[in-house]
Design a protein around this ligand. Structure first.
Ligand SMILES: [Zn+2]
Length: 340
């Protein structure tokens, strides 16, 4: 399907063409103006779309951008994560709105090449900037923003810090970047909701604290697909951060086993069956937690506990060098807090 904005341009040109017969000189000016406007409009659309490649179709209703690994940078414009959307017979739902308003505009441009259906929902899988900083673009396009209450609290509390970090990373003036307004609907842990898009249904389940507080997953039926956000990682080492919890992350992972789905789309890395995330997500978390629990129990000091942590099985993963020690450090603190 042709993008909507191209059709709009054509529709605007037609009445001007008719008037041209009576006013040839003005027509030239007006026509040129419209033509320049159209070209600019298309060029801006293409420019936005250029931040992201074309999305991949994962199932009859589900599409995803499967991003590269590594940190956000000026070169990748923050595109380093997975994002997605679901196209139902009545409406579209977007899963995470990207790192910047420009990225959200790129998402919208790509969505418009696939469907003219209205984007009615944006679901933020967690509170990190790459999951929600594009919210306002979709809100202006008519979408309702859904997140957990805990995620919304962090979005609000750290919005200035997030905006400053995005501006620094991308080299844009901080004044040009505004944090999105609060989500419109807040969900509570363990209280799933269902939304219908016509011929497909989303079940949004808050799974609690994992990579971050207030993470959620989105199950799409009848496709048997789950957008799992950063609860699942593939191909790269996951990041244990102070806002998260290894113990509760393991519980969230176990909860995914109860979902009726064949394809899980992680926050980073390629989609796959849930078992394909056992090694990069579940085993890593489980072994790291039990190592640090034992170390703390034995009264081992932190540096020795980190030295003795054997994570050779995960050394081949992307981001290993950047995150391995930080994760071990954070895991020790959590075990200490747990009181072992
Ligand atoms: Zn992430």
């Amino acid at each position: 399907m042709r993008p909507q904005y191209k059709q709009n341009c054509r529709a605007e040109i037609r009445p001007t063409q008719r008037r041209a017969e009576a006013y040839p000189i003005r027509w030239h000016r007006t026509w040129n103006g419209y033509l320049v406007g159209c070209i600019l409009f298309i060029a801006i659309g293409e420019l936005h779309a250029a931040i992201l490649p074309a999305p991949q179709q994962v199932s009859p209703h589900c599409w995803a951008w499967i991003g590269p690994y590594g940190p956000a940078s000026k070169a990748n414009q923050g595109y380093r994560m997975n994002l997605g959307f679901v196209v139902g017979s009545q409406a579209v739902a977007v899963i995470d709105s990207g790192y910047t308003p420009a990225m959200a505009k790129a998402m919208l441009s790509h969505i418009r090449r696939i469907t003219p259906k209205p984007v009615r929902y944006v679901i933020n899988t967690n509170s990190q900037p790459h999951r929600f900083f594009g919210n306002e673009v979709f809100r202006k396009a008519g979408a309702k923003i859904i997140a957990t209450r805990e995620a919304a609290e962090r979005m609000h509390n750290e919005e200035a810090q997030f905006a400053a970090s995005i501006a620094t990373t991308l080299g844009i003036p901080p004044a040009e970047l505004h944090a999105p307004a609060a989500p419109d609907q807040l969900l509570e842990f363990d209280h799933p909701i269902t939304i219908a898009l016509g011929d497909s249904t989303l079940t949004i389940t808050p799974v609690g604290r994992s990579h971050t507080r207030g993470s959620l997953v989105v199950q799409v039926q009848p496709d048997r697909v789950v957008f799992a956000g950063d609860v699942l990682m593939a191909g790269r080492l996951l990041a244990v951060i102070p806002d998260g919890s290894i113990k509760e992350w393991i519980a969230a992972y176990q909860r995914l086993r109860t979902l009726d789905a064949d394809i899980f789309i992680p926050g980073h890395g390629p989609p796959g069956k849930l078992s394909s995330f056992d090694h990069p997500t579940l085993s890593y978390l489980t072994l790291l937690k039990s190592h640090m629990d034992k170390a703390v129990q034995q009264g081992m000091e932190i540096n020795r506990a980190i030295d003795q942590w054997n994570d050779a099985a995960w050394q081949g993963l992307e981001n290993y060098t950047a995150l391995a020690n930080r994760n071990a450090y954070q895991a020790y603190l959590e075990s200490q807090e747990d009181g072992f």
